[in-house]
Write a protein that binds this ligand. Structure first.
Ligand code: FAD
Length: 386
């Protein structure tokens, strides 16, 4: 049976991020690493956006960046937010995959194989993957694959952020390439909180996305109707060509994901790296990859302790998910209150789980207080009972 020091099961965002972080760490260069994915990913229109204050490991893959973002609230209030010291960045998944795979190819201690993993398990000394009739062993497996979906836990919230996006080209200059639109709640509120998200690529090209947060995805026509309505209302008289279409679903949940099971360490969305209330995952994946790599290099094992304040942020996530799940005006009003009454860097720190208690109090005071207090009380009561 073949044996590696580490197997990375799933070479998507998390698997490849971990691989590049490992490749970047001199103390791990003697470790044999096998990276497995079932797909070649030849065609990929997905993009990942995130905010950060300093260049990351994938800086050279950043395709577009913005230092200003628009927010359009439910009450008609619009603001152009200066987000410095943060920059809002966009990476195209295709560029990311190309770069990460070339890093792996250049390192003799890495092997990539395109295989479908059927099972993953672990005993006291080793972990294993089953692919067809082959079993491969490793000291540790880092998995972003959900072999079977996790069972729902009592008292947790399970929403989804679902969206459809168009890459459009206009017949005249209509977009401001210097400012992305983070949330535009003037969008049709059909099912759950819905907003439009716009990433301008130039004065004529943009990625425009209709996003909803609710218990389940909506019918296809809803997204198209939302997108069409937005384009006609806000760009009257402009003709658009749809160059590319893509869509997706991101789970928004405060499910307690286990960090590991024996020698299998969970990474990426399957490892709970998605921020429940926003769906942003990319930056959390990078931080997790860095911590895992440092831990392996420093101690030889990949087991991490919980981050400071995680209990507090898990509680906030529960409250906000409850507010989002209750009814759409509340969800839309929640974000509107937050963005119109707080500086953007404070909100970014809150959603990055690094804000101070003082900042959290200020943020809380800016929300619909009654709704927040009611949701906080219900959340607390549920925890006491559970
Ligand atoms: C369309 C879309 C847009 C998003 N945009 C953003 C964004 O802008 N910003 C942000 O922060 N987050 C975003 N997210 C959320 C998150 O960043 C992504 O979902 C991200 O891809 C999660 O990384 P992952 O490695 O956990 O999962 P994936 O990237 O999906 O990787 C899992 C990998 O496992 C492989 N795999 C699965 N099953 C098997 C198997 N049985 N055998 C072998 N291989 C297998 C898959 O082929 C895949 O490559 C977005 C999500 C979606 C769906």
């Amino acid at each position: 049976m073949k044996h590696y020091h580490y197997i990375i099961a799933g070479a998507g965002c998390a698997g490849l991020s971990l691989a590049v972080h490992m490749a970047d760490c001199a103390r791990l260069h003697g470790k044999k690493v096998l990276v497995i994915d079932k797909d070649a990913k030849a065609e990929e229109h997905r993009t990942w956006c995130f905010w950060e204050t300093a260049p990351g490991l994938f800086e050279k893959n950043v395709h577009r960046r913005w230092e200003k973002v628009w927010f359009h609230g439910v009450n008609g209030a619009s603001s152009l937010l200066d987000i410095r010291p943060y920059t809002y960045k966009m990476i195209r998944a295709a560029d990311f995959y190309r770069h990460a795979r070339s890093v792996i190819r250049r390192r003799s201690n890495f092997t990539f194989r395109q295989l479908n993993i059927e099972n993953i398990w672990s005993d006291k000394d080793r972990a294993f993957v089953q692919t067809g009739n082959e079993t491969i062993a490793a000291d540790y497996i880092f998995s972003s694959i959900s072999i079977s979906p996790p069972e729902k836990q009592k008292g947790r919230h399970y929403l989804v952020q679902h969206f459809r996006s168009w890459k459009v080209q206009a017949d005249e200059d209509v977009f401001d390439p210097d400012a992305a639109t983070l949330m535009d709640f003037r969008a049709m509120q059909h099912q759950g909180a819905a907003f439009i998200y716009t990433l301008p690529l130039s004065a004529r090209e943009a990625i425009v996305e209709y996003t909803m947060c609710s218990e389940s995805p909506g019918p296809q026509e809803t997204y198209e109707k939302g997108l069409k309505e937005h384009m006609t209302k806000h760009f009257p008289g402009t003709a658009f060509n749809i160059m590319e279409e893509t869509g997706g679903i991101i789970p928004m949940t405060n499910h307690r994901f286990p960090s590991h099971e024996g020698r299998i360490v969970f990474i990426g969305a399957a490892g709970g790296q998605t921020k429940p209330t926003t769906g942003y995952t990319f930056r959390f994946i990078q931080q997790h990859s860095r911590r895992l790599t440092d831990q392996l290099a420093g101690s030889g094992h990949p087991y991490l302790g919980r981050r400071a304040g995680w209990r507090r942020f898990h509680f906030y996530d529960g409250i906000l998910l409850r507010m989002l799940s209750e009814r759409s005006p509340q969800g839309a009003a929640l974000f509107s209150g937050m963005f119109t009454r707080n500086p953007a860097p404070r909100i970014f720190r809150f959603f990055d789980n690094v804000s101070s208690i003082r900042e959290e109090i200020l943020l809380t005071l800016s929300l619909r207080r009654l709704g927040f207090i009611r949701a906080a009380w219900k959340e607390l009561w549920q925890r006491i009972r559970g």
